[in-house]
Design a protein around this ligand. Structure first.
Ligand code: S3P
Length: 455
């Protein structure tokens, strides 16, 4: 039997696998691909982005930038794209003909809002039904404090966002209410167009791709630890008026995609999977460290050279007897996109795991807390919510304890669809995942890779 994704029902049928083997190249990092496009559009001149993500979300960013007058040509190859971006510079972006469609992508909407705040343009940012339900006050408030006009539906809290920029913006010293790389990045990108120094303080340091990529383009960005706590609070500052240089770079593989295979190998009783070219940035790698703390066998061999200023490695994961884990709120913030698949690992581990303070997962492409709980329970796992804590009662420590194939709802959320497909590899019988094509939001080749590793 093979894995099938059928349309229009858009159902993927995943039978249990007897063995998992293979070497996979990981799809290009989605977060870095968005930023590479956006920063190329801020700079005046031509940037070449090799091995960018060909997934739907970064394509939404490219489409929005084209509507602003940025020229973007792509050469497609095997799920990735080599982009050539030529921009007149942010100050010469033109008014788009209509609303900018950010699709399903929160990163597109929030980071672009930060950039547009520092222009003289009047723009509406919109998206699909999922994006229209996502919170935008977190970017609207700081951008308003900087002098931009930002309105939205639901009292300004949700898309569509109507934004009128201002030049120059006023610098702010902002503390984020929830750790969010998107909010931090929006403020820093707006700060580039402010008169003076803009700072963002966050209680837990989030992914630092924006900071690294700005530095690589000649912009000075300061990051300093703050507070005495061990949760990695930091303050990041940027002076306005600095030029962003065009740059040619190569995007590394996506650790958030690799996470699915790390868990697949760990929970399957007969598995060894090698994942090549994975970005292992210290602010993104918590999923590796947490899985190791659960007892997962993961070896890491550094790759030849860092891509886009990011360290990369080949990760090899093998069948392991996992133990339960308590994941702190700070760690939840550090691996926010990997919680669904880590919850699957916890369902196959010995003992009770708790993911504390995971309320932010309610505001992703779906309410992921509910989606994880309902999906894993449908597969026979014991998962409950205690307020915003996700509690997973595992099995006996034997891999894939007790999961049974079933029909599972992905809520059209790419990370839930892929998590339940991985569960299907170890659950008895066959698992059917609805709206499985949502995987293409971040990982267009996911289901072919699933076929490939079923050796
Ligand atoms: C992202 C940051 C995270 C993450 C998202 C991508 C980014 O969102 O969930 O998939 O590229 O900055 P938040 O910053 O809202 O937590």
């Amino acid at each position: 039997m093979t894995v099938t994704t059928t349309h229009p029902a858009d159902l993927a049928s995943v039978p249990q696998a007897t063995r998992l083997r293979g070497r996979l190249g990981m799809p290009p990092d989605k977060s870095i691909s968005h930023r590479a496009l956006l920063l190329a559009a801020v700079a005046t001149g031509t940037s070449r982005i090799a091995n960018a993500s060909g997934a739907l979300d970064p394509r939404s960013t490219a489409a929005c930038l084209r509507a602003l007058g940025v020229s973007i040509d792509g050469e497609e190859r095997d799920g990735a794209v080599d982009w050539r971006v030529t921009s007149p510079g942010r100050s010469a972006w033109r008014a788009p003909d209509g609303p900018l469609d950010c699709g399903n992508s929160g990163t597109t909407m929030r980071l672009l809002a930060g950039l547009l705040a520092g222009t003289a343009l009047d723009v509406t940012l919109d998206g699909d039904a999922s994006l229209r339900g996502r919170p935008m006050r977190r970017v609207a408030e700081p951008l308003r404090a900087m002098g931009a006009t930002v309105d939205g539906s639901d009292g300004g809290a949700r898309p569509p966002l109507h934004l009128v920029g201002r030049t120059p913006l006023r610098p702010i010293d902002w503390s984020t209410a929830v750790p969010s790389a998107q909010v931090k990045s929006a403020i820093l990108l707006a700060g580039l167009a402010a008169e003076g120094v803009t700072s963002v303080t966050e209680a837990t340091a989030t992914r630092d791709h924006t900071e690294r990529m700005l530095r690589a383009r000649g912009v000075e960005v300061r990051s300093e630890a703050v507070g005495a706590g061990g949760d990695g609070a930091q303050r990041v500052s940027i002076a306005g008026g600095q030029a962003v240089r065009p740059l040619d770079e190569t995007v590394p593989g996506d650790i958030s995609a690799a996470a699915f295979w790390l868990v697949a190998a760990a929970v399957h009783p007969d598995a060894e999977l090698a994942l090549e070219g994975v970005g292992v940035n210290p602010t993104r790698r918590a999923v590796i460290d947490l899985l190791r703390a659960m007892g997962a066998s993961i070896t890491e061999r550094a790759s030849a050279g860092p891509e886009a200023g990011e360290p990369t490695a080949t990760l090899t994961a093998r069948s392991s007897a996992l133990e339960a884990i308590d994941v702190s709120a700070a760690d939840v913030a550090r691996c926010i996109d990997e919680i669904p698949v880590l919850a699957l690992a916890a369902a196959c581990a010995r003992g009770r795991s708790r993911f504390s303070g995971a309320g932010e997962l309610r505001h992703k492409e779906s309410d992921r807390l509910v989606g994880i709980m309902e999906g894993l329970c449908a597969l026979g796992a014991d998962v409950t919510l205690d307020g915003d804590d996700l509690v997973v009662q595992g099995g006996s420590g034997q891999t894939a304890f007790g999961l049974r194939g079933a029909n599972v709802q992905s809520l059209a959320d790419h990370r839930l669809a892929m998590t339940f497909a991985i569960a299907g590899l170890v659950a008895s019988g066959t698992t059917a995942i609805d709206a499985a094509s949502s995987a293409a939001i971040s990982y267009p080749g996911f289901f072919s890779d699933l076929e490939r590793v079923r050796a």
